[in-house]
Design a protein. Sequence first.
Lengths: 324, 257
Amino acid sequence: MATALIYAEYKDGKIKKITHELIAEAARSGCEPVAFLAGAGVEALAKDLGAMGAKRVILVQGDALKFYSNEAYGKAFVEAVKSVNPAIILMGASAQGKDLAPRVAATLGIGLASDCTKVKIEGDKLKCTRPIYAGKALADVEFAGSGPQFATVRPNALSVGALQEDASAAVTNQPLDASALKSVVKDVVRGATAKLDVTEANIVVSGGRAMKNSENFALLEALSAVLPNSAVGASRAAVDAGYRPHSYQVGQTGKVVSPTLYIACGISGAIQHLAGMRTSKVIVAINKDPEAPIFQLADYGIVGDLFEVVPLLTEEFKKVLGEH
Amino acid sequence: MNIYVCIKQVPATETKIKINASGTGIDTTGIKWIMSPYDEFAVEEALRVREKNAGSTVTVVSAGPQRATETIRTALAMGCDNAIWVETPEETDSFQAAKALAAVIKKEAQPDLIFTGKQAIDDDCAQVSQLLATFLEIPYVTVALNAEYGAGTVTVKREVEGGTTEIIAMPTPCLIAAQKGMNEPRFASLPNIMKAKKKEIKQYKMADLGVTDADRKIKLVNMTLPAGKQAGKKITGDAKAQAQELARLLHTEAKVI
Ligand SMILES: Cc1cc2nc3c(=O)[nH]c(=O)nc-3n(C[C@H](O)[C@H](O)[C@H](O)COP(=O)(O)OP(=O)(O)OC[C@H]3O[C@@H](n4cnc5c(N)ncnc54)[C@H](O)[C@@H]3O)c2cc1C
Ligand SMILES: Nc1ncnc2c1ncn2[C@@H]1O[C@H](COP(=O)(O)O)[C@@H](O)[C@H]1O
């Protein structure tokens, strides 16, 4: 049975959904999912990884791992690869995964398929598809040479399985070698809001220039508030006008998102905006101009005034979600 | 200080992408080529550091086919002192590019600082910066929002999710991969554009640098354009009816809420 080594990520004491997705895919395909968990005082999370389907957890702990750094985490991860000898390595295409994965690939002398939107494990083969040219094209990835097949995967590309609360993973403690580290993480400054990032959200509600001011974004925040696992995003026009900070920007020069549902409110659909959201599974556009280019990409379109539609939609979503 | 900046030539953002016959690359006819936008921030940052440190030089390095020299000229016109071009075939991967860049830097003056962009907007890999730093065994920070330069150290602010930032200190030599907004890239002045035309570009070939086909770890195949979407559903009626219908469709048809 092929082994898949999965880099576990967590935030505020909770394993991230992307990690669950990766473990679930490995388990579904009949691989043995082994999770790599690093940090300081994180041993309790090993149980959660077991519930997600990990058979084994490689646990590395120490003060040098209190904050993520590519150097300390990279060193520990490479050690884990050498001891586990996996056929497949998976990380989330998150801030950490994107920073870390190439370092690991360089050290091991293997290839890396980054930022994949489709991943499937078949036997011991990793099949990946990734967007290129800002999503204007897609390509399959072929790995040359021997060694593990390695990919980073965009959040929300894979489905998660149900948690098995009674399942547990065998934990192996890996010693930490924190000698000769060059870089130091001085501080981690949390964003003003502890909100979910647009890149991780399952549903993104974005506003454009039509929002007119930052106060009106409260309408979108209210809509987002009724949708679990959702976040608010913005077009560049809205960011440039100062309605929202740059960390909200979706598009070519902002974040690239692939949520299950993307709701564009008062966004025209410029090519640079589409570059950031075209891989979303379902796209909804609310725009008062029936000719707006966003409608060409939208699965569902509402021609109308967002100031009228959005509050009503918030009410309707509440009703639909309340039925459970 | 010896400052390097690595730049990649890519199709302009508004390019309509067409796939070549073998499905392993794009059809390059008629494409307008530009410096990858994040690399402009890298060039600007390199120039600013040089301006604050008398006696420093900025060397621009780019690996690519012949046409990459045009983009190297753009960097020279912005103010880079020296230029190096690594001639490569049309299709190479990140591993090969990074290995070539590392070999060049090892042959040339010892680096103090290396600047790159966080991502090249053609293959969108976001790998070469980290690979290069790892091959050179120097520390790096990616997605850099700003950097403060001290004696032998650099403190960098790195953007992560949710508007959170990490403050990382590292010794030189080190590599910094620029995020948008790190600075305001300058435009090349006309006299500088003229001067840049005459500057020498030093040339290497992949083979001179020990980079072979075996260093190609990844191949992109079966390239396709995303399936054209069928026309979506336009939901009609008054605002109330539209909202109701959309909620129903998302719940029962698309099953996403
Ligand atoms: C190099 C480069 C990089 C770029 N990067 C990005 C990027 O990362 N992200 C990005 O988004 N853009 C980016 N852009 C900008 C992009 O080209 C567009 O200018 C921008 O996306 C427009 O934003 P918008 O749709 O909010 O505004 P507009 O294009 O002005 O559209 C506003 C829309 O709102 C509609 N509207 C107005 N009032 C209402 C109402 N009451 N109810 C409903 N609808 C209404 C209008 O019909 C219109 O369609 C970039 C541009 C360049 C050149
Ligand atoms: N062929 C290349 N020549 C020089 N620099 C490159 C090349 N490819 C990538 N880079 C640098 O590495 C960064 C990240 O590129 P990539 O990994 O291709 O997304 C770019 O912004 C450039 O600074």
